[in-house]
Design a protein around this ligand. Structure first.
Ligand code: NAD
Length: 264
């Protein structure tokens, strides 16, 4: 434990269970004295999120479906009421119809595309609109991306396009908000076994491939993403904005298969 986040209050969106990347970040922030509020999607998840929140001394646990503007307004009205201000926000939310997280990107229907981009990209803009008025200089916004934004990775399809738009959003938002002293960054995480990841075709193969071919020769954990999240949310990264920071055992630098890796 430490005091890096002492006196800072923030919202973490996207905890579904104790394997969620959002949970790894929340825990890292709380261990450094940060105060965390949580939002969850749907009543079924409240039962999971509330005990996790309580385990790090938080009882600010609020519903929010980011596809619904009124639901986002409700969340931020409650936060304004409770806290009146916000120092950081973590957006760890993504969704695409899993029937299209396999096969060809070419076959993506219009409604599947629109929903994936709405929930996985626009929602970061929508929550930033409400968070910024509660923030002062030093505020930090953080979202989660994946290598499929930059390069073709099998089965990621419409999510890759949504993450590309999300990474571009990070840059535009960073430019908009820099003058107010608010920073906007993303973490591009390597594959991690979570609820959302289970919807991606052949995910076990992707995990194995990254383990065998990344420079560190292993996969990353939510604790490691949490450490990078802590850095980007804290004043340690005061000079950093518009950045997409890879936490992927270095996989994104690799150009070819590790010649020593066994066949999988
Ligand atoms: P997760 O399933 O634990 O979290 C995804 C969250 O998105 C859930 O809490 C879910 O409730 C929420 N969500 C989906 N639709 C929503 C909506 N309409 N309103 C509100 N919340 C909604 O999985 P995760 O892997 O921790 O995902 C968190 C983020 O990390 C996502 O953006 C994901 O794309 C990204 N990411 C994951 C990996 C990975 O391999 N797991 C790698 C890189 C990036």
């Amino acid at each position: 434990t430490g005091t890096l986040m002492a006196g800072k209050r923030g919202l973490v969106m996207g905890v579904a269970n104790d394997r969620s990347i959002a949970w790894g970040i929340a825990r890292a922030v709380a261990a450094q004295g940060g105060e965390v509020a949580f939002s969850y999607q749907g009543e079924a998840l409240e039962k999971r999120v509330r005990p996790l929140a309580e385990s790090i001394g938080s009882n600010l646990v609020l519903p929010c479906d980011v596809s619904d503007e009124a639901s986002i307004d409700g969340l931020f009205a409650a936060l304004r009421e409770e806290w009146g201000r916000l120092d950081f926000l973590v957006h760890a939310i993504g969704f695409a119809n899993k029937d299209y997280l396999r096969g060809r990107y070419l076959d993506t229907p219009r409604d599947v595309f629109a929903q994936a981009l709405d929930i996985s990209c626009y929602s970061f803009v929508a929550v930033s609109q409400r968070a910024v008025p509660l923030m002062s200089p030093g505020g930090s916004l953080l979202t989660m991306s994946y290598l499929g934004a930059e390069r073709v990775t099998p089965h990621y399809n419409v999510m890759g396009v949504a993450k590309a738009a999300l990474e571009a959003s990070v840059r535009y938002l960073a430019a908009d908000l820099g003058g107010a002293g608010i920073r906007v960054n993303a973490i591009s995480a390597g594959p991690i076994r979570t609820l959302a990841a289970s919807g991606i075709g052949d995910f076990r193969y992707i995990l194995k491939w990254n383990q065998l071919n990344s420079p560190l020769r292993r996969n990353v954990t939510i604790e490691e993403v949490g450490g990078a999240g802590l850095y980007l949310l804290s004043d340690l990264s005061a000079g950093v904005t518009g950045e997409v920071h890879h936490v992927d055992s270095g996989y994104h630098i690799v150009g070819m298969k590790n010649p020593d890796a066994p066949d999988i």
